[in-house]
Design a binder for this molecule. Structure first.
Ligand SMILES: C[S@@+](CC[C@H](N)C(=O)[O-])C[C@H]1O[C@@H](n2cnc3c(N)ncnc32)[C@H](O)[C@@H]1O
Length: 358
C-alpha cells in the first residue's frame, strides 16, 4: 500500500471513529437529572451534557454510536434515567414554526415513516420555551407530516417521532418505542384518575405493575404494610387478591366492607403473621429506609418462597445511589433478590423495588 493509500485508510478509520458519537435527550424525575447523568457516566466514562430543562432534561453527547448506546443503556437498567430519545436533527433558531417544518422535512426524508406505518408523535417543550403549547406544536407537526400517509397513533406505534423545543432550538429523532426506555412521551406515564380513587399512591403500584411486567392478578394473598388511605389495597382487591392491610392510620371507609379485606389497625412492627401466609408483600410506608428494611425483613417469614415484594424506598437527603446500594444489600442478605429498581414517574423522593424471595 502506498503512503498515500495508507493515509486514505487512516482518514477513513478516523471518519468512522468520529461517527461513533450519538446525541440523546435524557429525562429523569424532577431534581434527579444529576443522578441519571451519573448513571450514564458510570456506563460511558465522561459524558458531555447540557441542561435543557432545569433538573430534569439533559442533552447528552456520548462517544458511542446510537445503536450501541441504546443497547448499553437498556441493558444497564438505570434507576433514575427514565427516558431517552435520540437526536438526529438539531437546529438553532428563534422561529419555531420554521424549525418545526425543517424537522418534519427531516423526518419525512428519513423514509422511516410512511403508508402502512404507525407513528407516535411526541412533542415536548423546555420550561423557557415560549410560544405555542406542546399539544399545539404536535398538531402542527402532524399536519406537516400528513403527506407521509403514516397512521398517527398514541400507543402501539412502529416508530416514535420525538421533538423537543427549547427557547433557541428544535431537536428531533425517530426511534423504535423499545429504544426509548419508555414509550410514553418523556417517560411520563399517565393514568386516568378514577372517580372515587382513594389516593394518588395507587398510580405508583399501577406503574410498578407495568414497569416490572407484574401480573398482580396472578397472586393469591397479599399483605399491604402502610396501607392507608388504601390506594394500593384497592388495586390489589380489584385484581382479585385477598388483602391484609396493616396501618395504624384509618383506611378509607369505602374499603371496609370489601369481603376480601382484613384490616389490622396497628403498627406493622407489632404484627405476628403465620409462616408463608402471603405470596405478595407490598410496602409503601414512606419511612426511614433503615427502619423500613428492618420491618419488612422481620415479616419475611410470612412470604412464601418464590413470593414477590414491592416496596418503595424513601430517598433521604443526599447520596441516593449509596443508600439504594445499602438497602439492596440488606434485602439480599435476607433472601430477597432484587429483580428491578426504578424511580417511577409517580415516585417523588423515592424509588420502587421489585424483589422475589428465594
Ligand atoms: C404514603 S402512605 C401509604 C399510601 C398507600 N400506599 C395508598 O396507596 O394509599 C404511608 C402510610 O404508612 C403508614 N405507616 C407508617 N409507619 C407504619 C408502621 N410502622 N406500620 C404500619 N403502617 C405504617 C402511615 O400511617 C401511612 O398511612
Amino acid at each position: 500500500m502506498s503512503e498515500h493509500e495508507k493515509e486514505n485508510v487512516e482518514q477513513a478509520d478516523l471518519a468512522e471513529t468520529v461517527q461513533e458519537e450519538s446525541l440523546f435527550i435524557c429525562t429523569a424525575n424532577r431534581d434527579f437529572a444529576a443522578y441519571a447523568q451519573e448513571e450514564l457516566r458510570r456506563l460511558f466514562g465522561s459524558v458531555k451534557s447540557s441542561v435543557l430543562s432545569d433538573r430534569e432534561v439533559l442533552l447528552v453527547r456520548l462517544n458511542t454510536g446510537t445503536e450501541d448506546a441504546v443497547r448499553q443503556i437498556a441493558d444497564s437498567r438505570p434507576v433514575f434515567l427514565r427516558h431517552i430519545q435520540p437526536v438526529q436533527f438539531e437546529r438553532q433558531g428563534e422561529n419555531v414554526g420554521e424549525l418545526l417544518s425543517e424537522a418534519a422535512a427531516f423526518v419525512a426524508g428519513s423514509g422511516l415513516i410512511g403508508a402502512g406505518i404507525k407513528a407516535a408523535l411526541q412533542v415536548r417543550k423546555s420550561e423557557d420555551a415560549g410560544g405555542e403549547s406542546a399539544p399545539k406544536l404536535k398538531e402542527w407537526l402532524e399536519e406537516l407530516l400528513r403527506a407521509t400517509e403514516a397512521e398517527f397513533v398514541s400507543a402501539g406505534a412502529d416508530w416514535i417521532v420525538s421533538v423537543y423545543v427549547t427557547a433557541g432550538a428544535v431537536y428531533a429523532g425517530v426511534s423504535r418505542p423499545e429504544d426509548n426506555l419508555s414509550d410514553w412521551s418523556g417517560g411520563a406515564v399517565r393514568f386516568r384518575r378514577e372517580e372515587g380513587q382513594l389516593s394518588r399512591a395507587k398510580f405508583k403500584l399501577l406503574e410498578a405493575e407495568r414497569e416490572f411486567g407484574l401480573d398482580l392478578s396472578a397472586y393469591r394473598s397479599a399483605v399491604d404494610i402502610g396501607a392507608a388511605p388504601g390506594g394500593w389495597t384497592s388495586l390489589l382487591l380489584e385484581r382479585g387478591l385477598k388483602v391484609t392491610a396493616v396501618d395504624p392510620a384509618k383506611l378509607h371507609p369505602s374499603l371496609l366492607k370489601m369481603p376480601n379485606l382484613t384490616y389490622i389497625r396497628k403498627n406493622a412492627a407489632e404484627m405476628k403473621f403465620r409462616e408463608n401466609e402471603f405470596d405478595l408483600l407490598v410496602c409503601d410506608m414512606s419511612w426511614s429506609p433503615k427502619l423500613m428494611v428492618q420491618l419488612v425483613t422481620g415479616l419475611l417469614h410470612a412470604l412464601t418462597p418464590g413470593g414477590t415484594a414491592v416496596v418503595t424506598i424513601k430517598l433521604m437527603h443526599k447520596k441516593p445511589m449509596a443508600l439504594i446500594k445499602e438497602v439492596i444489600a440488606s434485602f439480599e442478605e435476607s433472601r430477597l433478590q432484587v429483580q428491578g429498581a426504578k424511580q417511577l414517574f409517580h415516585n417523588r423522593e423515592e424509588i420502587t423495588l421489585y424483589m422475589i424471595k428465594y
